[in-house]
Design a binder for this molecule. Structure first.
Ligand SMILES: O=P(O)(O)OC[C@H]1O[C@@H](O)[C@H](O)[C@@H](O)[C@@H]1O
Length: 313
């Protein structure tokens, strides 16, 4: 019996096949593409530099962009169209450098340390493993696994799952790191969130009483202290770690918005503004980063989970 002749593909099937070919060439997850495309409010598109980008659109009118390169959320637009995140004007979208803006990952090192600054996760292609839409609220889960590039720096087998969920007034992320190796490993991590702001008018509340590690003037030898202020402002260069921070912190972006950052298991917060080190853009953002500064130790098969929720009134 010969091979039966193939039925010609419909236009929709041809487009899907072409997309699958395009993204699998660059190492992206093609297996998940069809289910991803079938999920309302979740779309895989080409972003800047033709890099694959997931766009989430909620029934409540909010929108979020997530680049697979770096697993980086670059935009969170609330229903009035305002983007509450910031991407630095010096960002490049060519995989030669991490995307400098939005919510880059720092993993498996916050730094400074023996690996590259902030680790390699922001320099690797993540893939889509799942997408869903619950009552008009979309979510996508990205995955990062070790490969030759990560192994050359950090010789461990791991899986990181990163679920980004969008609602009308919130953007949530859940990070699950699993040790898939036969030996234990340890890591530090952060979500290096860039909030659009008028830095001269912006402030952060909720960190009073925390133990601080001030990285100014020397990031390699931070000065220990305690935060005495109710409200942290940005009159100059700021680079400070807050240890054992509370589960909720508030940002006034100086542009008319108050954003609540709620978290579970992100024990620390980093507050950063480069001031004159980045003369072109320091006035336009502040970074408030949920972080895990002290190492998390994972035995084989163990996982660590942390959730960050950004809310707007
Ligand atoms: O320019 P990068 O690699 O994204 O890092 C920016 C800053 O990130 C902050 O989290 C650090 O506390 C700073 O010390 C650092 O300079």
């Amino acid at each position: 019996m010969g091979i039966p002749p193939r039925r010609p593909l419909s236009k929709k099937a041809r487009t899907l096949q072409a997309k699958k070919r395009r993204f699998s060439r660059s190492g992206m997850a093609s297996a998940s593409l069809s289910s991803e495309i079938a999920t309302p409010g979740v779309k895989l598109t080409e972003g800047e530099g033709r890099l694959p980008k997931v766009v989430l659109t909620s029934a409540g009118g909010s929108e979020a962009d997530i680049y697979l390169f770096g697993g980086c959320v670059t935009s969170w637009k609330v229903s009035n169209g305002k983007d509450l995140l910031f991407v630095r004007p010096d960002s490049v979208f060519n995989k030669q450098k991490p995307i400098s803006g939005g919510i880059p990952h720092c993993f498996p090192q916050f730094g400074p340390g023996t690996l590259q600054q902030h680790g390699f996760a922001r320099n690797m292609d993540w893939s889509i493993t799942q997408s869903e839409n619950v009552d008009g609220d979309p979510a996508v889960t990205l995955e990062l696994k070790d490969g030759p590039y990560s192994r050359s720096m950090w010789d461990y087998s791991f899986q990181a799952l990163y679920k980004v969920s969008l609602k009308a007034k919130s953007l949530s992320t859940e990070l699950i790191v699993t040790n898939t190796d036969k030996k234990p490993f340890s890591f530090s991590t952060a979500l290096h969130t860039y909030f659009r702001a008028s830095s001269g008018a912006a402030s952060v509340r909720g960190l009073k009483g925390c133990k601080t590690l001030n990285k100014d003037p020397d990031p390699k030898n931070p000065i220990e202290g305690k935060e005495e202020r109710d409200t942290i402002t940005f009159p100059g260069f700021v680079d400070c770690i807050y240890l054992d921070a509370p589960a909720e912190v508030h940002i006034d972006n100086g542009l008319g918005d108050v954003i609540a950052i709620k978290n579970s298991n992100w024990s620390d917060v980093v507050v950063w503004n480069p001031h004159l080190q980045m003369e072109a853009c320091y006035k336009d953002f502040i970074c408030v980063e949920n972080a895990k500064i002290n190492n998390v130790q994972l035995e084989p098969k163990q996982s660590w989970t942390a959730i960050q929720k950004l809310f707007i009134d």
